[in-house]
Design a protein around this ligand. Structure first.
Ligand SMILES: CC(C)(COP(=O)(O)OP(=O)(O)OC[C@H]1O[C@@H](n2cnc3c(N)ncnc32)[C@H](O)[C@@H]1OP(=O)(O)O)[C@@H](O)C(=O)NCCC(=O)NCCS
Length: 245
């Protein structure tokens, strides 16, 4: 089954949003923040799509997609249907990743803001964001890096190397340009990142029950992971210069 890695186009937004919601809609922290006033996550879905379109327009963000394609006899690649769905909007996307490129504090850059749905519960969202910022600051601070903000693969296409393709795109750049990569991973995906060479650098956790009083809610955790660039060419020290500053 051939797959094609491409930069996403605005027409791809509905399908990417669908994959995003399928992957993260049941996540415990997402449900704690959003479902009280937005049971079917409609407001969140709209916010996800708006943010995606803003990210696609941002020159420092690359949204990648993998498409399921087939080649005809002449070797021409054609896009085939996802799960039998011929909807032209779907355009056969089976996974996506959003990468923020490295930037320096003096660039005065910040990625596009989320338009947080009105239905979001700030009792949960505020302490969670505070925790994320605190741990991220401790792990990587202002260090320029490739940062993976979202990654998801259609479950029908799991374990075919699609997630790897979407991450390796940036890791190759990390190695070539000598930047690290950073991701806040769900606990379930840590093994995937470790296989790609990331290392666990910190944990972001919150007792949801403690902040919203929901007796059924538990402890939620994500894991900050760092990839250090490899194969950096050592600068050769000319003879007689060793130890020179
Ligand atoms: C995590 C995710 C992106 C992996 O995508 P994928 O295309 O299935 O991953 P790959 O096929 O490239 O996997 C490469 C390797 O990672 C590891 N891996 C992948 N999924 C794994 C899982 N669920 N459990 C344990 N190891 C896993 C395996 O070692 C795998 O190699 P193998 O299949 O030869 O054993 C996908 O499961 C997903 O979208 N999950 C839901 C959303 C999510 O968790 N996103 C990332 C959180 S930030």
């Amino acid at each position: 089954m051939p797959f094609l890695l491409e930069v996403a186009q605005p027409d791809d937004a509905p399908r990417i949003t669908q994959i995003h919601m399928d992957a993260f809609g049941s996540n415990a922290i997402i449900r704690a923040i959003h479902t009280a006033a937005d049971k079917d996550l409609k407001d969140l879905r709209n916010a996800v799509e708006d943010k995606l379109l803003a990210d696609m327009r941002d020159a420092r963000i690359t949204v990648l997609v993998v498409r399921d394609v087939k080649a005809d006899k002449a070797g021409k690649v054609e896009v085939s249907a996802v799960n039998g769905n011929n909807d032209a909007d779907a355009r056969n996307i089976v996974g996506f990743a959003k990468w923020i490129h490295p930037y320096y504090p003096q660039d005065n850059y910040s990625p596009p803001l989320w338009s947080t749905p009105k239905s979001a519960d700030w009792k949960v969202l505020r302490p969670w964001l505070d925790e994320v910022i605190k741990v991220e600051e401790a792990i990587i601070g202002q260090t320029p890096r490739y940062e993976l903000t979202y990654l998801a693969v259609d479950t029908a296409y799991a374990r075919k190397g699609i997630g790897t393709t979407l991450v390796q795109w940036a890791l190759d750049r990390c190695d070539a340009e000598a930047f690290p990569a950073y991701v806040e991973s769900t606990v379930e995906a840590v093994a995937f990142y470790e296989k790609l060479g990331f290392e666990i650098a910190g944990r972001i956790s919150m007792d949801i029950k403690e902040v919203n009083g929901d007796e059924d809610a538990g402890f939620y955790e994500e894991v900050g992971c760092i990839y250090s660039p490899k194969n950096r060419t050592e600068v050769e020290v000319p003879e007689g210069m060793s130890g020179a500053k």
